[in-house]
Design a protein around this ligand. Structure first.
Ligand code: ATP
Ligand code: MG
Length: 299
């Protein structure tokens, strides 16, 4: 029990000499421990939590792949701290926010960051704007590696495979034909869709039709993310809800059902300070951090 003693406050630790076994701590109700060892219910629960962590914590974490899994760091220390190491693989991450808050800046930075060790992968970047900000990617290719202790190199641009897509049909072709083919030859580790809202923005699409299209795209994204170990980041825009006078991510539930991690970027227009907010992520508490954007990227 000594290794358990070290992790407990004195008041609980000295009761351990009376405890029969760790098994007893783990299988008893907190109230039984409270009565038997004259410690409070809260102390009993704390004792159980620490005992569980000591005995099975690491194995559970390994099995779930939660704590020890590799993340895609952004290179912005505040965002990486907040997200406990960056963006998760094998699932759809969403970054949403108003125009000009820095969504594209973050994605461009990720396209460089993904090439840094230990991931050392390439990026597939779907751009829905007419022109891709290649000059900005060049700037970031030269500056972002310093956050990883490396020097910048314009050749990092070669590992960002940019594709333009303006509508669902083009995106479908990219995700069902072009990307799978590319994945046979290139180790892509990041897929960015900037933005998913632009793909489905057309007023002409009927609600049901759009839901079906979103369903198709998301299933394929999830399939590719899982089978090829990809980080998928989809940029989304903000829509006002006339009923509640609030705003939220576009595309409604048909889309939201597929998003595992939802992040919001906000900007204080008076001083340029941005905020990266965890809105919803199963392994993170809702919280936010501040960052700025300079010529060398997000800091
Ligand atoms: P939209 O929804 O319109 O696509 P967005 O959220 O993608 O918007 P970004 O293009 O990522 O917005 O961010 C643009 C902002 O990033 C600029 O307004 C500027 O504040 C900042 N920015 C871009 N490049 C630089 C730079 N070289 N130095 C400093 N800030 C920059
Ligand atoms: Mg943008």
């Amino acid at each position: 029990m000594d290794f358990l003693k070290e992790k407990l406050p004195e008041k609980i630790a000295h009761k351990l000499s009376e405890v029969e076994s760790i098994k007893e701590i783990l299988i008893s109700e907190a109230i039984s421990l409270h009565k038997k060892y004259t410690i409070s219910i809260q102390e009993s629960e704390h004792l159980q939590k620490i005992a569980a962590e000591v005995v099975i914590g690491d194995r559970i974490k390994d099995a779930l792949g939660i704590e020890d899994c590799l993340r895609l760091r952004t290179g912005c220390a505040q965002i990486d701290d907040l997200t406990r190491g960056g963006f998760r693989f094998k699932m759809i991450n969403e970054v949403y926010g108003e125009a000009g808050v820095g969504k594209t800046q973050l994605c461009l930075q990720l396209a460089v960051a993904v090439q840094m060790p230990p991931i050392s992968g390439a990026a597939f970047y779907v751009c829905t704007d007419k022109s891709f900000p290649a000059n900005r990617l060049l700037e970031l290719s030269l500056s972002v590696p310093s956050a990883f202790g490396l020097s910048g190199d314009e050749s990092l641009m070669d590992k960002v495979f940019v594709e333009h897509s303006m509508d669902f049909i083009a995106l479908r072709r990219l995700l069902f034909v072009k990307l799978p083919k590319l994945l046979e030859n290139v180790r892509i580790s990041l897929v960015v869709i900037d933005s998913i809202a632009a793909i489905f923005r057309s007023e002409d699409i009927k609600y049901l039709e759009r839901s079906k299209e979103i369903d198709d795209i998301c299933r394929q994204l999830n399939h590719l993310a899982r089978t090829h170990n990809l980080v998928v980041v989809c940029v989304n825009q903000v829509t006002d809800d006339p009923n509640s006078d609030t705003s939220g991510p576009s595309l409604g539930n048909a889309w939201a059902n597929y998003v595992v991690c939802r992040f919001l970027i906000e900007r204080d227009w008076t001083n340029g300070i941005r905020r990266f907010r965890v809105v919803n992520a199963p392994y993170l508490k809702p919280d936010a951090c501040r960052f700025i954007i300079t010529q060398s990227g997000l800091h």
